[in-house]
Ligand binder design. Structure first.
Ligand code: ADP
Ligand code: MG
Length: 531
């Protein structure tokens, strides 16, 4: 008996020791070095797998000049990491556990038009884009909305912050309420890494690479499941005579991340049997209409490739219109208003898009004053609300006499911060040393359009190897950002009809790079090995 106990204790101690050693050495020897032959083998395997399985993007003109592919037939691998990246299991699990609560929070904010409107209206004199979105909402509100349902396909982005006592803590980078991308491709990167891990003689031996495979990634099922729920909830055709029903993806002209979108579309048409079409944002007004004599305002899609047929749109999924440079003329605002006033369920509505403003995230994170989180999440267990609050990094407005202004203008403290405007899609933030001069270059009256956020501090010595979409291979120190997907369908009254979580994205960027967007060219798609 005593002997058994001694063995068990020794074993437990060894496990504990291993865990400790693994924690400390997890980055130092990872990923293992590759000989040039090993790297070539891995790059070839990755490139071929990517095209075989649709882990692909259309090349940018920088990679392939337009005259080399005048008909736009070519595709290339999406930027991917050759190795999965280690990521703390506690953080991964926490992000998944909180997702449906985050979904609920952003639905509740969108329902509270007074609260949201007050914050947004304060931005309208310094931010034309926010002002135009708000105006679009007010225009439709004046006429009266005819659709009470809203759909959110969200992605909450995080980093694993290293606390002073070396424990990893989940910290949110941002919450996306519009065009949350990469669900399709991230599920594929998980499959790629899983296959490479289980193929003999692909990776040099390393304990982490033998410790398991990346967790399931159900992003495609979750996101297309949300769209299918909205499609069902729309009910029968509002046209007379009735029309067949469909979902519309509104996409950018010249979109390069098309295969990511097609992964959702394929699931929606193949598994859910929902007819789904893609319409470029600049063709909305040509290809859709709202009959003037139907007060229900159904949105009718006229497929240009079959002009004699027509569909009624149940759900409009925006993979466009999140950035001001997409609204090139008043025609784009007209098209956005046209969608918004229609009976189609919007993913997202203008209000839900505005709820995703960085300013809202800063207000939610305010440590003093009214407890907005608890008011929005009244029916949620307070310990879970507290856990959600724990994911906030410190954020500040730049009001006169406020802490944020001091932190931003002082070169020493600015180094620990990032300055964000009310924008999506990458490439808009100002970092560290550049903050004080940048702010001073703006009239002080514009400062309220920006929020200051403390930089999250992920592990310093992580490494990986990226295969860029022009074939370039880069090895170096990296920072990884986890995204977790969720979907929610709710009524204007606040009643939730569907709330789901599932699937994730890991984006890994060079440590010296401030921004993290894959589409914007800063980072590569990755997957996680949990430790
Ligand atoms: P966008 O809406 O343009 O994606 P983000 O808030 O996600 O804006 O910022 C873009 C990138 O900047 C992120 O992907 C991340 O790499 C970096 N970043 C943003 N906020 C922080 C932060 N608090 N700490 C560290 N990096 C950050
Ligand atoms: Mg982002």
């Amino acid at each position: 008996m005593g002997f058994c106990l001694a063995i068990i204790l020794r074993f437990a101690y060894r496990v504990q020791l291993n865990a400790l050693v693994m924690d400390e050495s997890i980055y130092t020897n990872y990923p293992p070095q590759l000989s040039s032959e090993q790297q070539e083998y891995l790059v070839t395997a990755t490139k071929d797998w990517a095209i075989q399985n649709g882990l692909a993007v259309r090349p940018s003109p920088a990679v392939l000049p337009k005259n080399a592919d005048p008909n736009g037939v070519l595709a290339t691998n999406a930027p991917v990491s050759l190795f999965p990246s280690p990521f703390p299991k506690v953080c991964f699990n926490e992000a998944q556990a909180l997702q449906t609560v985050y979904n609920q929070l952003y639905a509740a904010i969108t329902c509270n038009e007074d609260w949201l409107g007050k914050i947004i209206e304060d931005l309208t004199d310094v931010d034309d884009f926010v002002a135009n979105l708000w105006k679009t909402h007010l225009t439709v509100q004046k006429e009266g909305y005819v659709q009470d349902l809203s759909l959110g396909l969200y992605r909450s982005d995080y980093m694993a912050h290293v606390t002073p006592n070396n424990a990893p803590a989940l910290k949110q980078v941002e919450f996306n309420t519009i065009s949350s991308s990469f669900g399709g491709l991230s599920a594929l990167v998980r499959s790629l890494h899983t296959e490479l891990l289980s193929t003999p003689l692909t990776y040099p031996p390393h304990p982490l690479l033998q410790s398991g495979t990346p967790p399931d990634n159900t992003a495609v099922e979750t996101l297309s499941g949300g769209l299918a729920e909205a499609h069902k909830a729309y009910g029968p055709s509002k046209s007379s005579p009735g029309l067949p029903l469909c979902v519309l993806f509104i996409v950018q002209d010249g979109e390069r991340n098309v295969f990511d979108q097609l992964a959702l579309l394929k699931r929606l048409t193949g598994f859910h049997k929902v007819p789904t079409f893609r319409v470029k944002s600049n063709q909305i007004l040509d290809q859709t209409s709202i009959p003037a004599d139907n007060s229900s305002r159904p949105l009718i899609y006229h497929p240009p490739h079959f002009p004699e047929s027509a569909f009624e749109v149940t759900t409009v999924y925006l993979r466009a219109y999140y950035s001001p440079d997409e609204y090139t003329s008043s025609r784009d605002w007209e098209a956005r208003t046209h969608l918004e006033r229609s009976a189609a369920i919007k993913c997202p509505t203008v209000l839900n898009q505005l709820a995703g403003c960085k300013k809202i995230q800063q207000v939610l994170a305010e440590p003093t004053g009214p407890d907005h989180l608890s008011s929005f999440l009244k029916d949620v267990d307070p310990t879970i609300v507290a856990r959600l609050r724990e994911t906030f990094a410190p954020q500040y407005d730049l009001s006169a006499g406020g802490q944020g202004r001091d932190l931003a203008l002082n070169p020493e403290t600015a180094m620990k911060h990032v300055l964000k405007p009310q924008r999506e899609g990458g490439g808009n933030n100002v970092y560290k040393a550049e903050i004080p001069d940048f702010l001073r270059s703006l009239p002080e009256s514009d400062w309220k359009g920006w929020v200051l956020m403390e930089l999250i501090n992920p592990a310093a010595n992580a490494e990986n190897v990226a295969l860029r979409n022009d074939g370039e291979v880069l090895r170096g120190n990296v920072i990884s950002e986890l995204g977790v997907y969720g979907t929610i369908l709710w009524e204007k009254t606040g009643k939730i009809l569907h709330n789901d979580e599932g699937g994730w994205l890991l984006r890994t960027k060079g440590k010296e790079v401030n921004e993290g967007g894959v589409a914007a060219g800063f980072s590569s798609l990755d997957s996680v090995l949990l430790y």
